[in-house]
Design a protein around this ligand. Structure first.
Ligand SMILES: N[C@@H](CCC(=O)N[C@@H](CS)C(=O)NCC(=O)O)C(=O)O
Length: 227
């Protein structure tokens, strides 16, 4: 059995969790928020999620984990068999990560602390997001899936990255970022309807109070150590 480490409020954790459920891979979840030295032996950068394989190896980085699962559990494939189409799926995910999720994520501490984000940060984030929006307009198909006819990892990945774009980026910047990409909001709504997505959302909602308590403790400890 594989073990998924992390917590249900993490969008990246939910990408892997979706893939595990979609491929019906027997797994257990290990609730951890990270932040300790021991965690680095499982996830070297300290990020959530990580996966311990059936053979006991530890993997981190969401797409690396998903690609591993794709190779080891090839039934119900999440990549097209054609190399060009496969690269297109990877391109969508990379653009989403670098030009939409990560810039939105830069605002996460302001979202949690309630402090205003400095103007140079906002302007930098807006610039990168605009590039991402333009790219996603060109790359996304929504016919009916993000990369076309086949449901792929890009659907799962973009859906959960959108949670950060919408919940952090749009919120802090007062800007409906997803509405800028024609078809994205409707597609995103449809993605919420599957049984897997509903289960993952229920777990996320259940985890929220504990996650917020963890963040509050983390911020208080860091504020104390800054003094
Ligand atoms: N590049 C990583 C990003 C993962 C990530 O940012 N995870 C967040 C939780 S959603 C995290 O671990 N944040 C805590 C930290 O950055 O120390 C991946 O693809 O898995």
């Amino acid at each position: 059995m594989v073990t998924l480490h992390g917590f249900a409020s993490s969008n990246y954790y939910n990408v892997v969790k979706y893939v595990l459920q979609y491929k019906e891979v027997p797994h257990e979840e290990h609730l951890i928020y990270g932040g300790t030295e021991e965690w680095l032996s499982i996830s070297p950068v300290g990020k959530i999620p990580a996966l311990t394989t059936e053979r006991g190896s530890h993997l981190s980085e969401t797409v690396v984990i998903c690609d591993y699962l794709e190779e080891v559990y090839p039934d119900k494939p999440l990549y097209p068999s054609n190399p060009e189409a496969r690269a297109h799926v990877r391109q969508i995910m990379k653009v989403m990560e670098l030009y939409l999720e990560l810039p939105s994520r830069r605002l996460i501490s302001y979202a949690f602390s309630g402090l205003p984000a400095p103007d140079p940060v906002l302007s930098d984030v807006r610039h990168v997001l605009n590039r991402g929006i333009k790219a996603m307009r060109r790359l996304s198909d929504f016919a009916p899936h993000i990369a076309g006819a086949q449901f792929t990892l890009a659907d799962v990945y973009v859906h959960y990255c959108n949670a950060v774009v919408q919940g952090i980026g749009s919120k802090i910047m007062d800007w409906d970022i997803l509405a800028e990409i024609h078809g994205m909001r409707e597609w995103n709504r449809n993605m919420r309807e599957s049984d897997i997505a509903r289960r993952i959302e229920a777990d996320r909602v259940a985890n929220e109070p504990e996650f917020h308590a963890y963040i509050a403790r983390y911020m208080a400890e860091n504020a104390a150590s800054d003094k």
